[in-house]
Structure formats: structure tokens, C-alpha cells
Design a protein around this ligand. Structure first.
Ligand code: NAP
Ligand code: MG
Length: 504
């Protein structure tokens, strides 16, 4: 059963089935019926019913619930790891070291944020009034999430929203709903009332669009591709809904000629391969200043060739499969087409049949870690999101050229600069058009700091106090302090020279 509505695990009522597949071996993990638009309607109704009480709870009460949630998630960490691995194929060491602890830390962070509403100081900005700010929750949030980090995305969407007093209906990607449902169950077990967190597992074009269009939803928070983000914004515009869009990325690394080459090489391999490259901030394009290019390419090829690709549950496995056969076909298509227009495949580039330990990989959706050079900046492998373990390296000459190439895609989610020169680092942090710029590193995120893009990567922030603010609305309360029946400003309406205020 793949729907969690009003505190109950239930089946969907759509005729279409959802099948959760383990991409490491093709085995079926779970099946259930998809959410229909009417199930989405039930979930929104449950969230609306839950809103008045939840939004009026004291922040300390919501905070205490999130602290309990963090504890429950920690108690269930092993089961969450196993579930995340089985639906995504990510290596156990990644799920156990990053996905699950990251979500627990987020829950703790938003437990604190729930008690830290911010606004301008109350004051007499006009002599006749006291003005103050109320920060209020928005209502029912319709959230839509991708399949690459299912539990973390559920946390990023649900935690700030409910910390601020909203209620949520979330639609996970239909290929990876399990840990989102487990998260909602943990919320219920933490004492968060029924209807505050609801999960509808269905197809994007059906359940997703029904959620975005639903008149009972006050805001849509979406993480996914730029193409779908545009579609969501269009549908939401019909009811003038607030939207937050965390879209695709094509993150560049700019390696200047004074960089620590060993750090840049290891940084590039790790940042390109994390989550098998299915990470919106993954390093996808590395621009290397001459004369370092050949040395850099040799170094990356050498480190990549040592990566242990295989069954994700293996203790020593570095890289698991892609999250679906569809994704494997997509990644392979990008690499084959790049080859056809003259790309040089330095290492990898193929669908492997055997793992690092000799195991048979033919039933899974694996792809070799791949380094490509010799392509044009305008080619699709440089411009489009491949979302696989594929890194393109290109040389540059002047600092300005390196930055300009880095900025030359529709995306602007994340970027990094590698240099030992503080002036270059500061210039790069200003010039790189991205929501996050790392200096001498690439990938780390932290609950206290915002994540979100510019340009085609969307707008709005996840995590941090900025993420919390996304789920509140600012209300100005203006309080008359004169007690006068006739106000000074009435002069603009009523004729006569004397002040109505004076007349009283
Ligand atoms: P996607 O195809 O855009 O799908 C994302 C979600 O939207 C899924 O739940 C999908 O449902 C749903 N959806 C699809 N069509 C829809 C429609 N017409 N109306 C409403 N919902 C719809 O993205 P993906 O392939 O799952 O994930 C990869 C993408 O996410 C990449 O572009 C990646 O960069 C991006 N991403 C961005 C961030 C960030 O923070 N900026 C983080 C992670 C991932 P179904 O798939 O279930 O049908
Ligand atoms: Mg998709």
C-alpha cells in the first residue's frame, strides 16, 4: 500500500499499478495501486482539516514533535537504509553515511527553526500607528519530489513546511515512494496529528498535476527537472499559487592553474560520481586551466579506474547502479551520441557486465564511471543534464574564459572554483552564477545553509532559515494608536482645510 492519507496506509484507487524495482537486480520490491485525482483530493481534504489546529499549536509544541521525529528516524536508521538502497540502488555506505543522517539532522534543525520566527521590529513607523509583523503558515503545501534522494527530498519538503505550521501532501516519484511513506509513518508515531503529513504515490502527469491544480493547495514546492518545473509553474499560474522550484543543474568545476591538483582530481571524481552522478549539484563539467589539462585528465582517469562498481550492499562498493533502466538507457544514449560527434572517451563509457568483485551485473542498471574530453562547449553532453556517472573535462586559458564557460548553460544551481589564490577565489565566488559556490571542494551541504538555484535551476531555497521562510507568509498588522475617529490622512478624501484629527 503506497498511500498515506490522514494517518492511514491505504491503497490507491487508480487503475494503474506502481511497481517499485530494485535497480541493482531488477527484483520487484513492492507493488500497489497508484493515487488517482480523487485520492489526491482526499489527501488535500485531510490536510485542510488538520491545518487549523496544527497551525495554532505553539511553536514549542511543533518543535517537540520534530525532536521526537528525529529520534524515531534515528531508531529506524537501519531499516531506512535498507529501504532506500532497495528502491534507489545507492550504495549502503552512501545511504548510511549521508541520506539517513542528513535527514535526521534536518529534523533537528527545523525543530529549532520552528521556534525562531523572524521579522522586522514592531515600531511606530508612522506617528499614529504601531506596525508589527506576523509570520504565518500558508496552508496546505503540495510537494512533488524526485527519485534521486527520496528520503532527503521528503525531509527537505516536509520539515520546514510543518515546522512553520503548514500541512503537507507530498507526491514522491513513483519509482521511489518507500522511504517517503516511512517518513510519514514516523511523523505519525512522533505524535504529529493525522492529516498534517500525507503521501500520494502516483504518476506525475496524473496525481502530480491534480495536486498542483487543486484549489485546496495554497503553495506548490517542487524538486525535479527544469522541463517539469516549467509545466508546474504554468498550471499553478492558473490559480495564482505560490511556487518554489528546485530544478536541474549542470554544475561546473573551474580548476585554476595554481590549484592543488591532487585535491581537484579527487574532488572531481567524488563530486561526479556521488549517487552515481544522479545529484543535481554533481560535478558534470570540469574546466581546467592550461597547462594543467593533460595532467588533470590522466589523474582523473587513474582515480576513476579504481572505483569499485557493483552490488550496492557490498561493504566495499563505491558505486551502485543508476536508479532505473530508463535512466541507464538515457545515460548510455548521451554517451553514444557524444561518441558519434567525436568525443574522446578517456575511461568508462559503457554498460558493464561484471562488478569489481566479478559478480554478474547484467540484471541491474549499471553504468561505468566515465570521463569524456574533446567535445564542443555547445554539444548536448556539455549543455544538458545527463544525471549519470559522466564527467566532461575541457581546457581553458584565461581566468575570464574559465568563468565564462562555467556560466554558459541554462542552469545555475552550484559551481566550484579550485585555487590557492584568495583573490581568484573571491572573484570566482562573485562571478559564478549559481546558488552555491564551493571553494576547493564540491558537494557538501549543511542544514543551516540554503540550497537552491538561479537561472533555469529555479528559485527558492531548501534547508536553512531561508527554507523555513519559504513556508511562511508575512502579514503586516497596522494598529491605530491615536484613538481618533477622524484621522489625519482623511484630508485626502474629505474637503476642507482643517485637520479632522484636530477637530475632535
Ligand atoms: P522529474 O521527471 O522532473 O520528476 C520529478 C517529480 O515530478 C516526480 O515526482 C514526477 O513524477 C513528477 N512529475 C512529472 N511530471 C509531472 C507533471 N506534469 N506534473 C506534476 N508532477 C510531475 O525529475 P526526476 O527525473 O524525478 O528527477 C531528476 C531531476 O530532479 C533532475 O533534473 C535533477 O537535477 C532534479 N533535482 C533537483 C534538485 C534541486 O534541489 N534543485 C534536487 C534533486 C533533483 P513521476 O516521475 O512519479 O511520474
Ligand atoms: Mg522523470
Amino acid at each position: 500500500m503506497l498511500q498515506f492519507i490522514s494517518g492511514k496506509l491505504i491503497d490507491g484507487t487508480d487503475n494503474a499499478l506502481i511497481e517499485v524495482i530494485d535497480p541493482s537486480n531488477g527484483a520487484t520490491v513492492e507493488t500497489g495501486r497508484a493515487a488517482s485525482p480523487s485520492d489526491v483530493g482526499d489527501a488535500v481534504a485531510a490536510a485542510r482539516d488538520a491545518f487549523p489546529d496544527w497551525s495554532r499549536e505553539a511553536p514549542s509544541t511543533r518543535s517537540a514533535a520534530l525532536i521526537r521525529l528525529a529520534g524515531i528516524l534515528a531508531d529506524r536508521a537501519d531499516a531506512l537504509v535498507e529501504s532506500e538502497v532497495s528502491q534507489t540502488g545507492k550504495p549502503t555506505k552512501l545511504a548510511a553515511g549521508f541520506d539517513i543522517p542528513g535527514t535526521i539532522d534536518n529534523a533537528s534543525f527545523f525543530a529549532g527553526a520552528a521556534r525562531a520566527l523572524e521579522g522586522k521590529g514592531a515600531a511606530e513607523y508612522s506617528p499614529e500607528h504601531t506596525s508589527y509583523i506576523r509570520r504565518e503558515p500558508i496552508g496546505v503545501i503540495g510537494s512533488i519530489a524526485p527519485w534521486n534522494y527520496p528520503l532527503q527530498m521528503a525531509g527537505w519538503k516536509i520539515l520546514p513546511a510543518i515546522a512553520a505550521g503548514n500541512t503537507v501532501v507530498i507526491k514522491p516519484a513513483q519509482i521511489t515512494p518507500l522511504t517517503t511513506i516511512a517518513f510519514a509513518q514516523a511523523c505519525a508515531d512522533a505524535g504529529i496529528p493525522d492529516g498534517v503529513v500525507n503521501v500520494v504515490t502516483g504518476y506525475g502527469a496524473i496525481a502530480g498535476e491534480a495536486l498542483v491544480a487543486h484549489p485546496g493547495v495554497s503553495m506548490v514546492s517542487f524538486t525535479g527537472s527544469t522541463t517539469v518545473g516549467r509545466r508546474i509553474m504554468k498550471i499553478a499560474s492558473e490559480s495564482a499559487k505560490r511556487v518554489q522550484l528546485e530544478l536541474g543543474g549542470k554544475a561546473p568545476m573551474v580548476v585554476f592553474d595554481d590549484a592543488d591538483l591532487e585535491a581537484a582530481i579527487h574532488g572531481a571524481v567524488a563530486a561526479a560520481l556521488i549517487n552515481t552522478g544522479q545529484d543535481c549539484t554533481a560535478a558534470t563539467r570540469v574546466y581546467v586551466q592550461q597547462p594543467l589539462f593533460d595532467q588533470f585528465v590522466d589523474g582523473v582517469a587513474e582515480v576513476m579506474s579504481q572505483i569499485r562498481l557493483g552490488e550496492p550492499r557490498g561493504e566495499s562498493t563505491d558505486l551502485g547502479p543508476l536508479s532505473s533502466l530508463a535512466q541507464q538507457t538515457r545515460v548510455d544514449g548521451y554517451v553514444r551520441r557524444a561518441e558519434s560527434y567525436g568525443a574522446k572517451i578517456i575511461t568508462g563509457g559503457a554498460i558493464p557486465t561484471k562488478g569489481w568483485d566479478g559478480s554478474d551485473l547484467t540484471r541491474g542498471s549499471y553504468f561505468e564511471p566515465t570521463l569524456i574530453t574533446g567535445v564542443d562547449q555547445r554539444s548536448e553532453i556539455v549543455q544538458e543534464e545527463v544525471f549519470g556517472p559522466v564527467l566532461v573535462a575541457l581546457p581553458f586559458e584565461s581566468d575570464a574564459e574559465g568563468i565564462s564557460l562555467a556560466n554558459d548553460t541554462q542552469y545555475g544551481l552550484a559551481a566550484s572554483a579550485w585555487t590557492r589564490d584568495v583573490y581568484r577565489a573571491n572573484t570566482a565566488s562573485r562571478e559564478l552564477a549559481a546558488g552555491c559556490v564551493w571553494i576547493n571542494d564540491h558537494i557538501p551541504i549543511i542544514s543551516e545553509m540554503p540550497h537552491g538555484g538561479v537561472k533555469g535551476s529555479g528559485f527558492g531555497k531548501d534547508m536553512s532559515s531561508y527554507g523555513f521562510d519559504e513556508y511562511t507568509t508575512v502579514k503586516h498588522v497596522m494598529f491605530d494608536i491615536t484613538g481618533n475617529a477622524r484621522k489625519d490622512w482623511h484630508r485626502t478624501i474629505f474637503a476642507g482645510n482643517e485637520s479632522p484629527g484636530d477637530a475632535r
